[in-house]
Write a protein that binds this ligand. Structure first.
Ligand code: TRP
Length: 343
């Protein structure tokens, strides 16, 4: 290949990095999802060219009730706006409204090995928890996720630890395709947020906070009322020792300190100083109030958007149109390289 010489004339200004992430519409997210992921999305959206989607095609890999699914898709879409993503500046959309995702996923299926999918830990876990419905979609789920990412030529993908293996596979698929057909896809890197906020269950602080926990006292949902939030934080499990400081065997207190730190931007040392000589009662009240204030604007905006379903649908349709323009460019490139005849 001819070497390209960069001169003042052809030098391109440093391109803004592209970022993409998606969230499944499987129930109302928790404080853990918010502090660990969504809050960072908002910050990232100011810094990068970004696309965020409701991954509803992924949701049907486990059986869904259609009415409930429809409701949850719009709730999570409203939440994306409520956390402050600006649909004028970012691409905010619903995955199933952009056909290129399913199309590219099919093509990439044919460039993915059975063995690669079979060793995915999430597939192994889910085939145990959904033993009556181990469908092929559940199996090739990571390929659809690869399509989501690669269609937008994303440089960075914010994901939690449980999705890192899927991102690895997306990179492998992209590299393989590029190896066969020449550079087609950007190879995405995982993006690990600044605050590795990992929020634990309020009732068993050795477990991750989860919205599927049968005990609702174990998690704060992003739309819990202030009263509920205060009650749940006040009944969080701590220890019998009584001091507010970060330490071994103090999982409950450590977790509350993490939450408080995320909401207030105070360091652990500052928190320890603030509560020196005080008991857990005072500490929990302060944590509860900080969480209430953190989530208040999100809940208020969410309630406002949910009252206007026509507006939400219009924003989603515009987002899907913009997403399609970007995604179709990649899809056409891929189809040409594979040997399909474009209309
Ligand atoms: N699988 C992800 C999850 O369950 C959601 C997801 C779908 C995703 N497509 C994606 C995340 C693309 C990042 C990029 O959390």
């Amino acid at each position: 290949m001819e070497e390209k010489i960069i001169t003042a004339e052809n030098a391109q200004p440093e391109k803004r990095k592209k970022i993409l992430s998606c969230i499944q519409p499987s129930g109302i997210p928790t404080l853990g999802n918010y502090l660990g992921a969504l809050k960072n999305w908002k910050l990232l959206s100011d810094e990068f060219d970004s696309a965020f989607a409701v991954a509803d095609l992924h949701a049907i890999t486990v059986r869904q009730d259609p009415q409930k699914l429809r409701k949850q898709i719009m709730e999570v879409f409203a939440l994306l706006l409520a956390i402050g993503l600006d649909p004028e500046k970012n691409i905010v959309f619903i995955q199933s409204q952009v056909p290129a995702h399913a199309q590219l996923a099919w093509i990439l299926n044919c460039y993915t090995q059975f063995g690669e999918m079979a060793r995915m830990t999430q597939f192994k876990d889910k085939s145990q928890s959904h033993a009556d419905n181990i469908n092929v979609g559940l199996f090739s789920y990571p390929v659809l996720m690869a399509a989501d990412i690669l269609l937008y030529q994303a440089d960075l993908v914010p994901v939690g630890a449980d999705q890192k293996q899927h991102l690895e596979i997306a990179r492998d698929i992209a590299n393989r395709f590029n190896g066969i057909y020449g550079k087609t896809f950007t190879i995405p890197d995982p993006y690990i947020g600044k605050q590795g906020a990992r929020v634990m269950s309020l009732q068993d602080p050795t477990k991750k906070m989860s919205k599927s926990d049968p005990n609702p006292k174990s998690y704060v949902s992003v739309f819990d009322t202030p009263e509920t939030i205060m009650k749940k934080i006040r009944s969080a499990v701590t220890d019998s020792e009584g001091g507010v400081y970060y330490g071994d065997g103090k999982d409950g207190v450590n977790n509350l300190m993490g939450i408080y730190s995320c909401c207030t931007n105070l360091s652990y040392e500052q928190i320890e100083r603030e509560f020196a000589g005080k008991g857990y009662g005072d500490f929990k009240n302060a944590v509860g109030e900080a969480v209430v204030e953190e989530l208040r604007p999100v809940r208020e905006r969410y309630e406002m958007y949910m009252k206007d379903q026509a507006y939400l649908k219009e924003v989603a349709a515009k987002g899907a149109a913009t997403a399609s323009r970007v995604a179709d460019r990649t899809l056409s490139k891929v189809m040409k390289k594979c040997g399909f005849v474009l209309p």
